[in-house]
Ligand binder design. Structure first.
Ligand code: GUN
Length: 287
């Protein structure tokens, strides 16, 4: 038996269409055009692709998109000054600093992200938004894990009471995913590089989320027959070959549903960013 393949494209289109309708309403009712600023520092090729996709989606949906390209040599002080400027700019409702930052300023990533006005923090990385997520009053939620939940909902896959296992404990995916799944009444286990007997735990999962950044790490014998497998990994193993954290060809024979890479949850991340821009505008104009 072969799993149902959850293509991100269809789900992303639905999320973007809802965002487009909301944006139109905001324009008509409040005479406000939503604005997103994306800051990219240096020339990381993957980041350049992501930023281009975000810009394209904004244009499709009627969001003003400002891409701020800063050189590799940018100092922490210069970047903070740019964030301050965008925080004060009334035409900008969302600010995103594309990660990873160049090595020279990478160690200041927290300080830099914390400088973004929490109301404009469309990545949901600011401690205030992290705190709201943990305490169950989410405002702006990280796009990738939020997209995974949205996709499960749109696909009609129940979460309540299920055992969800997450592999990976990053601030961007693993940790917020834990809170989103727990808020939806899943029983959640988080595994990571120090977890013992990993396969025994993942074989218990009704919903398995792979988000640890190891190409094709999750094999068929780590998956319970009939489980739903969400692959958040994006790994380049050859110049032109992208693979996820799951061995897709093998897993597709065991799972009941699975996301492909590319073409899976990655597309939802951008769609959820658009949704977060709408949420941010509403927070700021009191809609
Ligand atoms: N780099 C990889 N994923 C992300 C993300 O969700 N947000 C930002 N800002 N950078 C990223």
């Amino acid at each position: 038996m072969s799993a149902k393949i959850l293509y991100g494209k269809e789900f992303a289109a639905q999320i973007k269409e809802s965002a487009r309708i909301e944006i139109e309403k905001i324009k008509n009712k409040f005479n406000v055009t939503p604005g997103l600023a994306v800051i990219i520092v240096g020339e990381n090729p993957a980041s350049q692709v992501y930023v281009r996709n975000k810009h394209k989606s904004c244009e499709e949906l009627g969001i003003k998109s400002v891409v701020v390209e800063m050189p590799e040599s940018t100092t922490k002080k210069e970047l903070l000054a740019k964030i301050d400027e965008l925080n004060a700019d009334k035409t900008i409702h969302g600010i995103l600093v594309q990660l990873p930052l160049p090595n020279a300023i990478k160690s200041y990533s927290d300080e830099i992200l914390n400088r973004i006005d929490p109301m404009k923090d469309v990545d949901g990385f600011h401690p205030m938004n992290v705190g709201k997520l943990v305490t169950g009053t989410p405002a702006l939620v990280p796009c990738t894990p939020a997209g995974c939940i949205e996709m499960l909902d749109l696909a009609g896959i129940p979460i309540d009471g299920k055992h969800a296992v997450i592999i990976g404990r990053s601030n961007i995916v693993g940790k917020p995913m834990l809170h989103l799944l727990m808020a939806r009444h899943a029983t959640v286990t988080v595994c990571h590089s120090h977890t013992k007997h990993l396969a025994e735990i993942t074989r218990e999962a009704d919903i398995l989320v792979a988000a640890m950044g190891k190409p094709q790490f999750v094999k068929a014998d780590m998956i319970k027959p009939g489980a739903v497998v969400i692959d958040v990994g994006i790994n380049r193993i050859e110049p032109k070959k992208l693979v996820g954290d799951v061995d897709f060809e093998a897993a597709v024979e065991v799972a009941s549903a699975i996301t492909p890479v590319p073409g899976g949850v990655g597309l939802l991340t951008v769609a959820m960013l658009m949704k977060n821009v709408v949420t941010a505008v509403k927070l700021q104009i009191g809609a």
